[in-house]
Write a protein that binds this ligand. Structure first.
Ligand SMILES: Nc1nc2c(ncn2[C@@H]2O[C@H](COP(=O)(O)OP(=O)(O)O)[C@@H](O)[C@H]2O)c(=O)[nH]1
Ligand SMILES: [Mg+2]
Length: 283
């Protein structure tokens, strides 16, 4: 996914190390190339701009120009800033699912992969963490959505909350929690409805569900192919929901990975899972 970006940056870095002395002009030239590389990888413009603005004063600082290996130092500065933007090196804490029934809420735009990821995550929690998992669809807008989750649940061998026609999402959330308490479930995954675009009604509904269900984890599911739009999506959801992590789907596709970097940068949230395909074990 990040191969193209890594290659590009590698070339810029090679150019820097190939030289003994570095002038401010050389560093600026390298930063310009890094900027282009990030934009070509679909990292959102404001994120790129901030990144370059943060790095520049460090990279053209006196101790860099005067150091014995200025190229190496610039590379280290850029690398450290990238890692900070990405949260790349830090150890991920496990999902907080320790007080049963723990609620995991899936949020995101329609078609982002919420239902598919719900199935994948349910399977993983069941198979790897030996959890008793209940999934519930709160998507009352698309008639097929509930059925889709029911079939997925059956396929991965977890229980789905029985469908009650005409029930509204907040009530389904309440019923799911009751059912999980009575049924001795460790985890409930709430698969919410999305819209094609961000709108207030959708946000209000999601916020209301979060209030009722008090999720321990609220994961924003986003399509890695959304590129520049990812920032707006992540920002808006992060303002209204108690997000705890990101899931990037379609990382098996030909997207350039920039969405991941952008969303991580604007929310500061960890990327919890990466969707790699339509099958239930592609997580
Ligand atoms: N290639 C690929 N397709 C995915 C992935 N996740 C979901 N999909 C597909 O994207 C479409 C929409 O997914 P769905 O889970 O129904 O989205 P929802 O509207 O957010 O619930 C379906 O056709 C999925 O099979 C993924 O990681 N990779
Ligand atoms: Mg769905």
């Amino acid at each position: 996914m990040f191969d193209a970006l890594t290659d590009r940056l590698g070339k810029v870095f090679d150019g820097l190390t190939g030289r003994g002395a570095l002038s401010e002009k050389d560093v600026n030239e390298a930063l310009r190339e890094i900027r282009v590389a990030l934009l070509e990888a679909d990292v959102a413009l404001p994120v790129v701009k901030k990144f370059i603005d943060d790095v520049r004063p460090l990279a053209i600082g006196e101790n860099v120009i005067k150091s014995i290996k200025p190229g190496q130092l610039v590379i280290k500065i850029v690398h450290d800033a990238l890692v900070e933007t990405l949260g790349g090196d830090e150890e991920q804490p496990p999902l907080k699912i320790d007080s049963p029934p723990a609620v995991i809420m899936m949020a995101g735009l329609q078609g982002s992969g919420k239902t598919t990821t719900t199935g994948k995550l349910a399977k993983r929690l069941k198979d790897v963490e030996r959890k008793k998992v209940l999934v519930a669809s709160l998507d009352v807008r698309r008639p097929a959505a509930m059925e889709q989750l029911r079939i997925l649940a059956q396929q991965v061998g977890v229980d789905a909350l029985p469908i009650v026609e005409g029930q509204l999402p907040p009530d389904i959330a309440r019923r799911a929690i009751q059912a999980a308490k009575f049924g001795g479930y460790d985890v409930i995954i709430l698969d919410t409805a999305g819209r094609t675009t961000l709108d207030d009604q959708m946000m209000n509904e999601a916020a209301q569900i979060a209030e009722i269900a008090n999720p321990q984890e609220t994961l924003l599911v986003a399509d890695a192919l959304t590129g520049q739009d990812a920032v707006e999506t992540a920002k808006r959801f992060n303002e209204r929901l108690p997000l705890t992590g990101l899931v990037l789907t379609r990382m098996d596709g030909d997207g350039r990975g920039g969405a991941a970097l952008s969303m991580r940068a604007v929310t500061g949230l960890p990327i919890r899972f990466i969707g790699m395909g339509e099958k239930v074990d592609g997580l």
